[in-house]
Design a protein around this ligand. Structure first.
Ligand code: ADP
Ligand code: MG
Length: 813
């Protein structure tokens, strides 16, 4: 929408083509060039007659695409097609039509190539270039002509693009980006142009549903103040060229997401709309930094259909181009930033280059900086709005990252966060620390506003009930909507309606057909949003036509179409209209069934994870864990197989979290993995290592006696395996915890044992630690003469190992 397209002067949409030879006129036209390549190679291999046949077949297919989208083939130039959209007949969406035609041509070409390879063993390449601009349109004799710079640029874009792609100019992109995803490509140096010309690669059509809204959305009521607050913050981001952080806080159903939706709508109507990307925090079972992954996927226009390798490659390529355009000219720094991002988000399991050797803290800092530079590069192109939904569910690292961006990003960036009050309970000072930060509490609607909303939703013959419903809803629009629906469907008087939102929703779910309700419950186990594929098992089980059931559920406004989140599954994703509906559906399931369904979903995800298992470890792990927890609540022991799966996935998720310095997450995962591992008979060596990881991740965040106990368990396990070196390390670590807690006696005992164990293995960091700790414990006890030799030994070992050993040297100085 908007974005600089306008109807061509004087030509109404849909008017039939003028009969002949109109006078020259200036028009806005979108020009498409499509060029076949590989022609010469094919001509060498095939008989000229065959070639001619093939080429004309292809050209026919290409012009069919033009026709199908309401364009006109202007001329064929050899094996090159030139088509116009917007002349002689203009449509309001000519740019979109042209891009659709371009993508359609590439798809048609793939088809033809598949055929040709089978029959003749040859293939053609196709390049498409599209550009929009003002041209002079007229006729010479029989044929029409367009002249203008825009035409040349279109031809050049086509020539400069890669085979198999659709390359479009700036104006076309702007006029069609509501309907098509684009990836940035490096600006093109075009013949005859002094400045590089910005270019974009059209990737895919947005699913029509991505721009469709819930069919029964209620008209917006009130919220003028809040909207102007958001717009004001956005303007301030632009005028100050500094990130602004606005956090909207309110209970479920009060209208936070709606406010964001309205903001999106208002911004989209501007001539040059800011880029708005949304990152959602799923209630559970999301990957690390999920909301940021969503934002970056959107920025890099990654399709759902892409395989893991493609995702990683495209993400890196596109972010690289973005950073370069944003002024980051150091290719190595760019490389490093994009590698870090791909690695942290789990798109690349094998870290590249310098990452391997780095400690988690540095990886995390580097990642924060990399995300920041990407956001700044986005903002260098045009103003940016990053909207993070439901951040009360975000983990601490994610909140830290948002805080980091809010604090350091330079450029016109508004960070809009939505959350429930829980956020403030967790982080009292969230979003208020700086002048550029602000928190706004979203109040319930005023009584007259609530009444207006209800009145709009009730059929005319129920209008008298509006005031009563509005009063019971207490200004919560979700509550108001749901009650109005019950009144409309059942004709109940407002005072007979259930008086909590949960009860209203439960009643509505009860009114569904049994099979519909079972599908809804199954979906609720998956999460707030889910792909169609994940529902296939239940559809099979129930032998129902999934599409039909889902259509009904959409009609009943339980489910809505969602933007794909890229968690798992295909391009079509659905979600609950509101997360509370999901919660109520979920809670209506008996625990035993919940457990069974979580396992079903986990297995489904496991099967499809394939080479994305790293990225999906948290999701799969979370489903398995839920199952285990429900069974425990029911007093059941999970079977071995489930335990083994929990252990595997939780350990993977733990390692991933630990690599990113998410210590509490990591220890939680390792703890769970350990418990299941113990039950499922994990081999002793693995068990010992897992125990050590658990102890290490507890160290610093748990009470010291817990930490010591964990190290001791690990120690015993290593001892049983005869792994003296590892046992010695555990002694040293346990001793360090005891020492830090002031328990010198026990600390010394551990250290002495550690030293005895470790000494036989030569120099090591662990031995240094043990020596230092024992030395320091003795010093602290006043046994200086016993301390000094140990500290000296530690210092010597340190310098032998090439490490600076500042601690021992400082003590000796
Ligand atoms: N000001 C409003 N006017 C009309 N409908 C609203 C308004 N605010 C919210 N709604 C509707 O109420 C429902 C719940 O709002 P939503 O934004 O999803 O709540 P939240 O995100 O705070 O949980 C949605 O269906 C939404 O369209
Ligand atoms: Mg919401």
């Amino acid at each position: 929408m908007g974005c600089g397209t306008s109807l061509s002067d004087g030509v109404a949409a849909g008017r039939p083509a003028p009969a002949a030879g109109p006078a020259d006129e200036r028009r806005q036209v979108t020009i498409l060039f499509a060029d076949l390549s590989g022609y010469t190679a094919v001509a060498e291999q095939l008989d000229p007659e065959v070639v001619k046949g093939v080429v004309s077949r292809i050209l026919r297919r290409l012009s069919d695409e033009v026709d199908a989208h309401g364009g006109t083939v202007d001329k064929f130039i050899g094996d090159n097609v030139m088509a116009l959209f917007g002349a002689p007949v203009a449509h309001e969406d000519d740019a979109v039509r042209a891009v659709r035609a371009g993508l359609g041509m590439q798809a048609a070409m793939d088809d033809v190539n598949a055929d040709l390879e089978r029959t003749h063993g040859v293939r053609f390449g196709l390049r498409v270039g599209i550009n929009t601009g003002d041209v002079l349109y007229g006729t010479i004799g029989e044929s029409s002509t367009v002249t203008g710079d825009a035409v040349n640029v279109a031809a050049r874009l086509q020539a400069a693009g890669a085979i198999g792609t659709v390359t479009v100019g700036e104006r076309t992109m702007r006029a069609s980006r509501h309907a098509v995803t684009f990836a940035p490509v490096a600006p093109l140096e075009l013949k005859g142009k002094s400045e590089p010309v910005p270019a974009h690669e059209a990737i895919a059509l947005l699913q029509p549903h991505a721009i469709r809204r819930s069919a029964t959305e209620s008209p917006l009521v009130g919220r003028r103040t809040e909207l102007s607050l958001v717009l004001e913050a956005q303007r301030r981001a632009e005028s100050e060229s500094r990130a602004q952080l606005l956090t909207i806080i309110g209970p479920a159903g009060v209208g936070k997401s709606r406010l964001l939706q309205e903001t999106r709508r208002i911004l989209a109507e501007r001539d040059a709309p800011p880029t708005l990307h949304e990152g959602r925090c799923p209630a559970y079972g999301s990957g690390v930094f999920w909301p940021v992954a969503e934002v970056l996927r959107a920025e890099a226009a990654l399709g759902e259909e892409d395989g893991a390798e493609d995702v990683a490659r495209k993400l890196r390529e596109r972010l690289d181009v973005l950073l370069e355009r944003g002024g980051q000219h150091d290719a190595e720094a760019r490389q490093r930033a994009v590698a870090l991002i791909a690695h942290v988000l789990g798109y690349e399991t094998v870290p590249t280059g310098p990452l391997e050797s780095e400690d988690p803290q540095r990886v995390r800092d580097g990642f924060f900086a990399a995300v920041r530079s990407v956001v700044e590069a986005m903002a260098a192109r045009c103003p940016v709005v990053l909207a993070f939904e439901d951040i009360h569910w975000a983990d601490d690292s994610m909140l830290d990252l948002i805080g980091h961006l809010a604090r350091y990003v330079r450029g016109p960036v508004l960070i809009l966060c939505l959350a429930r009050e829980d956020l403030i309970e967790r982080r009292e000072r969230w979003g208020t620390a700086r002048r550029t930060e602000r928190v706004h509490f979203l109040d319930p609607l005023a009584p007259d506003e609530a009444a207006e909303l209800v009145a709009a939703l009730l059929p005319a013959d129920h209008a008298a009930l509006a005031a009563g419903v509005a009063e019971r809803a207490e200004g919560n629009p979700l509550f108001a909507e749901e009650m109005a629906r019950s009144v409309a469907e059942e004709g109940a008087a407002p005072d007979r309606l259930p008086d909590t939102i949960q009860a209203v929703l439960a009643a509505r779910l009860d009114s569904l057909e049994p099979v519909e309700r079972r599908v809804v419950q199954h979906a609720a186990v998956v999460g707030r949003t889910f792909s169609l594929e994940v529902l296939e098992p239940i559809a099979r089980e129930e032998s129902v036509d999934l599409d039909e059931v889902l259509a009904v559920l959409e009609d009943k406004d339980i489910l809505v179409q969602e933007r794909p989140s890229g968690v798992l599954g295909g391009p079509v994703e659905l979600g609950f209209r509101h997360v509370l509906i999901r919660d109520v559906a979920y809670e209506s399931l008996p625990k035993a069934l919940r457990a069974a369904k979580h396992i079903e979903v986990a297995r489904w995800a496991e099967e499809r994870a394939g080479d994305r298992s790293e990225e999906l470890a948290e999701v799969v792990g979370a489903h398995y864990l839920e199952a285990v927890e429900y069974r425990a609540q029911l007093g059941e022991r999970p079977d071995r197989e489930v335990d083994a799966a929990v252990c595997l996935w939780a350990a993977m998720a733990g390692r991933r979290a630990w690599r990113l310095w998410q210590q509490s997450e990591a220890s939680r995962w390792f703890g769970a993995a350990l418990k299941s591992g113990e039950r499922s008979g994990l081999p002793d060596a693995d068990l010992a290592e897992l125990t050590e990881l658990h102890a290490t991740t507890l160290d610093g965040i748990a009470a010291y006696d817990k930490v010591v106990e964990a190290y001791r368990t690990a120690l015993e396990r290593y001892e049983t395996l005869g792994r003296e070196l590892d046992a010695g390390r555990m002694d040293a670590m346990a001793g360090a915890s005891l020492f830090n807690a002031g328990d010198d006696e026990n600390a010394m005992e551990c250290m002495e044992r550690a030293i005895r164990r470790l000494e036989g293995f030569g120099d090591s960091e662990d031995l240094i630690t043990a020596l230092e700790m024992l030395g320091n414990a003795r010093r602290r006890r006043g046994r200086l003469h016993l301390a000094e030799p140990l500290l000296r030994k530690a210092a010597d070992m340190g310098s032998r190992m090439g490490a600076s050993a500042p601690l021992s040297q400082a003590y000796l100085a």
